[in-house]
Design a binder for this molecule. Structure first.
Ligand SMILES: NC(=O)c1ccc[n+]([C@@H]2O[C@H](COP(=O)([O-])OP(=O)(O)OC[C@H]3O[C@@H](n4cnc5c(N)ncnc54)[C@H](O)[C@@H]3O)[C@@H](O)[C@H]2O)c1
Length: 381
């Protein structure tokens, strides 16, 4: 068995999830990590043999097969470009970067090099979402006329909650849309096979100023600070986005993306309406899918090898009744990405840089729509 050598850049919240999860594949060794802060301590704690404070040094010296990019959005472009220029495959966190211009350059570089260039839209890899994609393709719901839902969180509810994401220079022009809306839109397009062709958005920011702790704050950190440890900073990104969509087959839809709804830590909802049936998936009950019937009882399908579409079976790792969640979706996403090393033409479900570019275009058009307060067309890319 070929053992792949992985290096992870950024070991805050999601970087540590990457390290733990990719090890579960069995054919990947995490040989190095890079972080600007505490790289040595993190490497020791996670038993990673090499650590760096500069990703270029890691890429230059570690003979890597894959770089996992788990840093703030504004650093993704430089790291991905450097990796590909040095012949290393890339698994980049979403959103791909901060502008469509950067995204186009990354897509061009990935085509030129033929390397794996993946974006971790892991929601595609929950078995029940894959099942939904397959039954929609088979026509079980009938033609789709409605695609609606939400992605809500609460970790930025208070004015003392802070993250680099709040700041457009690190996050990109949009925040709730790029950070979580991108997941929802990728999932909606992926399962239904329909493309968003126009958007109409309305944003709001509930804290125009926030209290930023002096020093580094990792995502979901629960550190406590004293009054004198904070500085007041203006906020230039949205907490809430209401977006209406028009889809390529004529279906209409809408979604609410928010990081300030108390009690919703990570809640993704997708409701697809077809002429025969509806289907609803919710991340809080991610092992189930509800099929809605008009003239009969509703069906709640539980994840299991005998309950899912035949094409979905490879995504199920544990027997019926054994729940698979967030880290398992990551594992399946990574498995798919690593299986393309050396042969990017094989059929796969993971999102590529092309899909990353598409999300960047959607974010940009949604931002534009909020500015003009009206419908904006989305080019097909
Ligand atoms: N797929 C998902 O569900 C998911 C979930 C969370 C975050 N993310 C994405 O992952 C990325 C990181 O988010 P996070 O929540 O882990 O943030 P975080 O703030 O918890 O961690 C970021 C880490 O990157 C380090 N860092 C910053 N600049 C660096 C540089 N130039 N070189 C090396 N290290 C650097 C920081 O020190 C920190 O440890 C973001 O793009 C985010 O959108 C994806």
């Amino acid at each position: 068995m070929r053992i792949f050598r992985a290096g992870v850049v950024g070991t805050g919240f999601i970087g540590q999830v990457h390290i733990e999860t990719v090890r579960r594949l069995g054919n990947v060794e995490v040989v190095a990590l890079t972080d600007k802060f505490n790289a040595k301590e993190t490497a020791e704690a996670l038993n990673v043999p090499n650590h760096f404070s500069n990703y270029k040094e890691m890429i230059d010296t570690m003979n890597l097969d894959m770089v996992h990019i788990c840093t703030p959005n504004n650093t993704h472009f430089d790291i991905a470009m450097y990796a590909m220029e040095h012949g290393v495959n890339v698994l980049c966190e979403k959103p791909m970067c901060t502008t469509t211009e950067e995204a186009k350059l990354l897509v061009a570089k990935s085509k030129e090099t033929g390397l794996v260039a993946a974006i971790n839209f892991h929601n595609r890899f929950y078995p029940m979402n894959n099942h939904l994609k397959n039954v929609i393709k088979d026509g079980d719901l009938g033609d789709i006329f409605s695609i609606t839902g939400s992605y809500t969180q609460d970790w930025l509810l208070f004015n003392t909650d802070y993250s680099w994401r709040l700041n457009s220079s690190e996050s990109g022009k949009t925040r709730a849309v790029a950070d979580i809306g991108s997941h929802w839109m990728d999932l909606a397009e992926y399962v239904t096979g329909q493309k968003i062709v126009a958007v109409n958005a309305d944003f709001s920011t509930i804290h125009k100023n926030r209290k930023k702790p002096k020093g580094i704050v990792l995502a979901y950190s629960d550190n406590q600070y004293k009054e004198e440890d904070y500085e007041d900073v203006p906020i230039d990104t949205e907490d809430n986005a209401n977006v209406m969509f028009r889809f390529s087959n004529g279906a209409k839809g809408s979604a609410f993306f928010s990081q300030v709804i108390a009690g919703k830590s990570v809640a993704i909802n997708l409701l697809v309406g077809g002429y025969k049936k509806s289907a609803e998936w919710n991340s809080e009950k991610c092992n189930a899918l509800t099929i809605g019937n008009r003239d009969s009882y509703n069906e709640v399908l539980e994840k299991g090898i005998t309950t899912v579409h035949p094409n979905t079976k490879p995504l199920i790792a544990y027997p019926f009744g054994h729940l698979e969640g967030f880290p398992d979706a990551f594992k399946q996403s990574f498995k798919s990405v690593y299986s393309s090393i050396g042969n990017t033409t094989i059929e796969h479900d993971y999102a590529t840089f092309k899909d990353g570019l598409r999300e960047m275009i959607l974010c940009e058009k949604i931002y534009e729509s909020n500015q003009v307060q009206g419908w904006v067309d989305v080019p097909n890319a």
